[in-house]
Design a protein around this ligand. Sequence first.
Ligand code: C5P
Length: 221
Amino acid sequence: MSFNIAIDGPAGAGKSTIAKKIAKELGFVYVDTGAMYRAMALYFLRSNISNEDEQAISRASENVEITIQYENGEQQVFLNGENVSGEIRKEEVGNMASKTSGYGQVRKKLVELQQQLAKKADVVMDGRDIGTVVLPDAQVKVYLTASVATRAKRRYDELSEKGQECNLEKIEADIEQRDYQDMHRENSPLRQAEDATLVDSSNMSIEEVVAAIKKLYEDVC
Ligand code: C5P
């Protein structure tokens, strides 16, 4: 049986940075599920479908094939055969993903893919519903969070570093809106699984968070 580590939490809590490091250190595969929702969202954006039109989104979902490959250990996401790993990082795509990820048809498609990946290999998988819905039997479950101000500042630094123009207040407002949407949707809302360990990274370094999660892994092994 494969070993699964589930990391859930709100946008900008550092899930992907942490999950990637843990996967590398343990020799596990890192699965970024947000990237899959982003790739679907990119398809809807390109097709000019309104994020409020659930019927059109459900219909369009049938034409979307999301596949995952690994290049030098880095997850690459393909949308109908096209590598969209760079393009899906835009804020516009993240905001669309936050809206369209609430629809049942979108989730059904991606949850199946995620479960298949976790069956095949030892994974560190991050997202919003991994511990609650996708991998309810994961051996280690973490709910990773941080204050809104901390998360907004981190996202601001990350975007500035890439040379992208950004505004801290706008990022903070987007994060709050995304949190609200992710936590209040009907399908698989973001919440801490009962058996997940809460890690608040507001005042922790990346290394401290990695060490805390590795300790949880070692305690189970
Ligand atoms: O984590 P990331 O910001 O890349 O995710 C983009 C959006 O995808 C989130 O705002 C969330 O709405 C959605 N998502 C989800 N379930 C997951 C992962 C991401 O609904 N497991």
